[in-house]
Structure formats: structure tokens, C-alpha cells
Design a protein around this ligand. Structure first.
Ligand SMILES: [Zn+2]
Length: 300
């Protein structure tokens, strides 16, 4: 799906609603309240009616689009821009692209970005398997005091897990202690995993426990080696970290700790679908099935 496709295919509110109906209710429209099949009241307005509970609604009711006054085409264009921006796009950039330099408000663009982002979140993930690389990195924060330990305490910890030729996951962790690392392994990595590869941080052997574990010795400047034809490296999870950092530096500039997880989810959602032709439609599907994100909740 290209920008031209979105402009051509979804040039009216009606056409946008048509695709949203198909994505939200693949088996035919149903009532959001009582889940009964419904009738379409006014085709022109695409208004649905449930006679079981006497409820009128549209396809966007109770979704991320809830209560939005923006034309749906604006939503669709913003969604495409966020899907296509490998390193993310700032709300300011989105505002300039969709409204122009002197029109639209930053607040509207910011809220729009956050709601689309809220939909770019995985649900029902399976456990990672095969060869899994794991690493941790530090984002943001001001360097206070001296020495790496002091500087790190002021930053946010991101833990990354990446199955080779499979999914990437990022987590905003409280810390990078052994118990925390172990928790993310337990919750995301299959007991049948072939091998977990980490760097030589001394916390990893106990965190990995009785699963197969290989390390690369970064302190000895070793970044990859071959063992029986298998490449022992954490380069693929590290390259995902560097994409994340370039996104934060180049596009978002500064993100607060509060919203970090949402950015991590956006980044991994897009990354895991980078070879899929359905990224745009998949995102729209999530936008009509994910929970509502209100402005109050976002700014609380
Ligand atoms: Zn109903």
C-alpha cells in the first residue's frame, strides 16, 4: 500500500468506513454491546442498529477512532505515514505533512499519533524459539555524576529479545538485574529453545538458567564467531537497538519514560511486519479492535 493507493482507494469517509467494517467484523457486523448480529439502518451514513438492545452505532464506536472529529482519510494517511516510517515519525513532522506548516495543531497531531501507536501493539504472542538473541540497552536520561554506573541509573532500561529469522520484542524494564532478565526469558522464550545468545554480562548465566546458553565476549572485542556452522552473535538484536536509537534521536527527539513502552511497541510492531504487504491493513484492523485511548488517559 502506497500513499497514492490510500489517496485513491480511500478518498471518501464512506470508503474508509467500508474497509473498517470488514476489518472489525470479518463475519458480518455485530453489536458492540450484546454481540448480536445487526442491521444497517441508513446505508448512506453506515449506521448500524441492534434491535436486541436498541442501540445505534457506527463502525468507529468504541475504537481508537472514538469521538474523533478528524476525517477518516486523515486518519488513514497518518496511519500509512507511521507504517512507512522505519524509524518512526514525530508528531511535528506528521502535522507538517498532513496539515502544512501553519495549519493544524500540534496537540491534534500528537494525540492522533499516540492513538495510532496504541493500536500498533501485539496481542497473543507465542513464545520465541530456535536461536534467540538477548541484550539490554539504556535510553535517554541525563548523565549525572561520573562513571558508567551513575550515568546508567538516570536512564531507562530496554531489554531486547530477537528470534533469528523471527520476531523482535522490546521491553521497558525497571532494571537490568538478574531476576528481571530471568523474568523476561521465562515469559517470552520457549523451554524448547535451541540456544539463547547474550554478551558476557556476568548476570546472564544465572538468568538463563538451565536453557542452552552461548555468549560472545564483547570485552575481548569478539562480536561473532562460528560454532559447528552456527553464528554466535548478538548483532541482530543490537541492530534493532540501533534502529530504535536512531528513531529516538532523529524522529522523536525526546520521549518521556511514561510513553517509552508505546514507542517500543510501535517499533517492534512495524519491524516484525517489515516484509509483510499487510502492515497498513493490519494496523487498521488493530485500530478497530484495540481498546480506546482517551486524551485523559494519555495525559494522566
Ligand atoms: Zn445489542
Amino acid at each position: 500500500m502506497t500513499l497514492i493507493d490510500v489517496i485513491n482507494l480511500f478518498d471518501t469517509d464512506e470508503k474508509c468506513r467500508e474497509i473498517l467494517v470488514r476489518l472489525r467484523w470479518p463475519n458480518g457486523p455485530e453489536c458492540p454491546r450484546c454481540k448480536m448480529p445487526v442491521v444497517e439502518l441508513e446505508t448512506a451514513k453506515q449506521l448500524f442498529y441492534c434491535k436486541e438492545c436498541d442501540y445505534q452505532f457506527t463502525v468507529t464506536v468504541g475504537t481508537i477512532f472514538n469521538d474523533s472529529h478528524l476525517p477518516l482519510q486523515k486518519w488513514f494517511l497518518a496511519t500509512l505515514l507511521l507504517c512507512e516510517a522505519k524509524k518512526g515519525m514525530s508528531a511535528m513532522q506528521l502535522k507538517r505533512t498532513l496539515w502544512g506548516q501553519h495549519k493544524g495543531s500540534y496537540k491534534t497531531a500528537w494525540y492522533l499519533c499516540h492513538r495510532i501507536r496504541a493500536a500498533m501493539k501485539e496481542v497473543d504472542q507465542s513464545m520465541l524459539d530456535g536461536t534467540v538473541e538477548m541484550d539490554e540497552t539504556y535510553i535517554g536520561g541525563k548523565k549525572r555524576g561520573f562513571g558508567s554506573k551513575v550515568a546508567r541509573e538516570a536512564k531507562e532500561v530496554v531489554i531486547g529479545l530477537r528470534q533469528r529469522d523471527g520476531d523482535l520484542r522490546f521491553f521497558h524494564a525497571d532494571d537490568a538485574r538478574q531476576g528481571t532478565l530471568a523474568k523476561y526469558i521465562r515469559e517470552n522464550v520457549s523451554r524448547d529453545v535451541e540456544v539463547i545468545i547474550t554478551d558476557d554480562l556476568p548476570l546472564y548465566p544465572k538468568a538463563v538458567g538451565d536453557l542452552e546458553h552461548k555468549t560472545v565476549n564483547h570485552r575481548a572485542n569478539e562480536y561473532a564467531r562460528y560454532e559447528n556452522g552456527a553464528c554466535i552473535t548478538t548483532n541482530t538484536v543490537e541492530s534493532a537497538f540501533s534502529l530504535l536509537k536512531r528513531g529516538i534521536m532523529g524522529s522523536w527527539h525526546k520521549i518521556s519514560a511514561k510513553h517509552l513502552l508505546a514507542y517500543l511497541d510501535e517499533m517492534t510492531f512495524r519491524f516484525n511486519r517489515r516484509k509483510s504487504a499487510n502492515l497498513f491493513l493490519d494496523t487498521l484492523r488493530h485500530m478497530v479492535t484495540a481498546p480506546v485511548l482517551t486524551f485523559d488517559k494519555l495525559t494522566a
